[in-house]
Design a protein around this ligand. Structure first.
Ligand SMILES: C[S@@+](CC[C@H](N)C(=O)[O-])C[C@H]1O[C@@H](n2cnc3c(N)ncnc32)[C@H](O)[C@@H]1O
Length: 217
């Protein structure tokens, strides 16, 4: 088990409460360090990029515990969905949420070496993933490889350079905990990277989080 897997193993029990600000501590943390930008709100916005009548192939990597995606995935029940994460502990929670859905495959795996053929998916979604992944170039090229031409790459991630307090937290705490892994994108580096591979359809920055929908050229 690598360092990132170990850190998410320890975090998996408290992850949902923390990410959805169910505890007062997480609310204070969110206000102090993330300018009150809530992951739940960003998730709602990016899930709107997926039409409610979507019936193609969708890959979600990393799915985590599916805390933000459960409702949407249950709604798009004609879609063929694969969800991947490299932490078994996070996936255990996903299995509780989505394990009974016949159209959803739950797989343990590493984003940087996925078993899918080229051009498999109509949508690849990666929420809060790229700031955690360690082999970022491989993660970008794998998510690109498995997406069909004309398919949608939808993602959200932390970007540096927007708020000093957030950047200090990421550098000195979240990276040390193994929840975040440098190097991190800036708004500009992310746009430049995407433009080489995709046509950017929509791109926003909310606090220190970038989220977008891009189409594979
Ligand atoms: C911050 S969570 C995001 C989960 C979910 N998308 C969400 O927004 O709640 C980051 C996830 O990335 C997973 N992860 C880290 N490195 C990975 C890798 N190389 N391949 C697949 N998953 C990875 C972790 O196990 C963790 O579940």
């Amino acid at each position: 088990m690598d360092r990132i897997q170990k850190s998410y193993q320890k975090f998996s029990d408290s992850y949902d409460a923390f990410m959805t600000q169910r505890t007062w501590q997480s609310q204070v943390y969110n206000e102090l360090f993330w300018n009150s930008v809530r992951d739940k709100d960003i998730a709602e916005k990016i899930l709107k990029y997926i039409p409610d009548d979507f019936s193609g192939f969708l890959l979600d990597v990393p799915v985590g515990t599916a805390v933000f995606t459960e409702e949407k995935y249950k709604k798009i029940n004609h879609a063929k969905i694969c969800v991947v994460d490299n932490s078994e502990d996070m996936l255990e929670k996903t299995r509780e949420r989505l394990g009974k859905c016949g159209n959803i495959k739950i797989l343990q795996g590493d984003v940087s070496k996925m078993q899918f053929s080229n051009n498999t998916f109509n949508i690849v979604i990666s929420m809060n993933g790229f700031h955690a992944f360690n082999s970022k170039d491989q993660a970008y090229s794998e998510t690109y490889r498995v997406l069909k031409t004309g398919g949608k790459f939808i993602a959200s991630m932390y970007i540096k350079g927007k708020c000093k307090t957030t950047d200090l937290l990421v550098k000195h705490i979240l990276t040390k905990k193994g929840w975040f892994t440098p190097p991190f994108e800036t708004e500009q580096s992310l746009k430049e990277r995407l433009e080489k591979m995709y046509r950017i359809e929509d791109f926003h920055v909310d606090g220190s989080i970038a989220y977008f929908c891009a189409i594979k050229k």
